[in-house]
Design a binder for this molecule. Structure first.
Ligand code: NAD
Ligand code: DAU
Length: 352
């Protein structure tokens, strides 16, 4: 079967990547989707069980840090486009092990850029390199009136955001220097099914369910801007197909929450769903030492993607959070396999 595009999606076994892979595999049977993932602790092929047998889907276990492996993959699959999501993504881990973030997020991205530059040489106008980034590159907002715009200067504050900022700069440099046709997006905090339970929302859902303490960093006053992961995947689809080459797009749902208020809300939803007396789960809240250098507030101005590409979120926060909590409650096996480490044993047997 001939495909019109052979698209690599890096990090396709992770949280956001798996939603992007599913959307592309289902919506574009004419594209071959190659999910390129190293299967780190964050990669879980169980996220893609429903589409793994589709004729336009292929999984390749590979490390973007390995330059020769990347070259082989571009040759073998005649890659036409890249959607780059693979990254080390957890801020707390970047504080304990920054070098892993430099390797994957910076060196890995440059390896991919080199492979694309060399393989597409002479026909850059026919190919697209789409780099998926984060709002954390803009740093922390302190004035309540301010929002992150596409033009906001970069001011990363954690090893994670510094590594993502560096990768964004390399992507722009390859456009400017070699003419690679790139596009970028910077999104706010995602939530939804398949979110790894080290991140705030799934961690709280899991701990409420198992009656463990709910660790709130500092006083819980930091603010995050939450977007349902499927709406991020829809934005990625639009930007890949219609975004202007060389441009970047901020993606967010105008949905700011103070951490403590969000944890209260989750406690109340979970009490209701689990048939517990209201207030039961709030008693599990435990204030713990703050994250070093903890960014105070993120808030995206998403007007550019809304006005230029016609994107808007498909669900309200209330709907998205209800879908998310329901998903975790009815997928306790997924959660158990992840928290016990079982998921890694199963797939490492298949792919090592
Ligand atoms: P994740 O940690 O859930 O998944 C990352 C995936 O990348 C995993 O499947 C992992 O196995 C893979 N990976 C890691 N190192 C690799 C390597 N060296 N080679 C190949 N694969 C490797 O991350 P996520 O939350 O889904 O984030 C995906 C992307 O979106 C990241 O680039 C992140 O910076 C960005 N982003 C995330 C959020 C968010 O709220 N989660 C928001 C904005 C942007
Ligand atoms: O803004 C986009 C970013 O959002 C992405 O680029 C990152 O990959 C993603 O991990 C996320 O980063 P955050 O640091 O904002 O997400 P996290 O879920 O780790 O934390 C959300 C907030 O909750 C943050 O203010 C820290 C706080 N927190 C987190 C955890 C894990 C707690 O209070 N307790 C916790 O146990």
């Amino acid at each position: 079967m001939g495909f019109s595009k052979n698209i690599i999606i890096t990090g396709g076994a992770g949280f956001i990547g798996s939603h992007v892979v599913r959307l592309f595999v289902n919506a574009y049977p004419e594209y071959r989707i190659i999910n390129l993932d190293k299967l780190t602790y964050a990669g879980n092929l169980a996220n893609l069980k429903d589409i793994e047998d589709k004729p336009n889907y292929t999984f390749v276990k590979a490390d973007i840090v390995d330059a020769s492996q990347m070259k082989e993959i571009f040759d073998a699959y005649k890659v036409t486009d890249v959607l780059h999501l693979a990254a080390e993504s957890h801020v707390d881990r970047s504080i304990t092990n920054p070098m892993e973030f430099v390797m994957t997020n910076v060196v890995g991205t440059v390896n991919l850029l080199n492979s694309a530059r060399d393989y597409w040489k002479g026909s850059y106008d026919k190919h697209r390199f789409y780099h998926i980034s984060t709002d954390e590159v803009f740093g922390s907002l302190h004035n309540p009136e301010d929002f992150f715009l596409e033009t906001t200067p970069y001011d990363p504050q954690s090893p994670y955001s510094a590594s993502k900022a560096a990768s964004d700069h390399f992507v722009r440099a390859y456009h400017n220097t070699y003419g690679l046709q790139v596009v970028l997006s910077n999104c706010s905090n995602n939530y939804g099914p398949n979110h790894f339970p080290e991140k705030l929302i799934p961690l709280m859902i899991n701990n409420i369910q198992t009656g463990k303490p709910l660790p709130v960093y500092g006083k819980g006053e930091n603010v995050r801007d939450w977007l349902y992961v499927v709406d991020h995947a829809r934005a990625i689809d639009l930007i890949f197909h219609k975004g202007k080459t060389g441009d970047c797009y901020n993606v967010g749902g105008f949905n700011e929450w103070k951490n403590l208020d969000l944890v209260y809300l989750l406690c109340d939803i979970m009490d209701q769903k689990l048939g517990k007396e209201q207030g039961t789960s709030r008693k599990l809240i435990t204030y713990v030492t703050d994250r070093p250098g903890h960014d105070l507030r993120y808030a995206i101005d998403a007007n550019k993607i809304m006005n230029e590409l016609g994107w808007k979120p498909s669900v309200t926060f209330e709907q998205g959070l209800a879908k998310t909590v329901d998903w975790y409650l009815s997928n306790s096996e997924w959660l158990q396999n992840v928290t016990s480490g079982e998921y890694q044993k199963y797939y490492s047997k298949q792919y090592n």
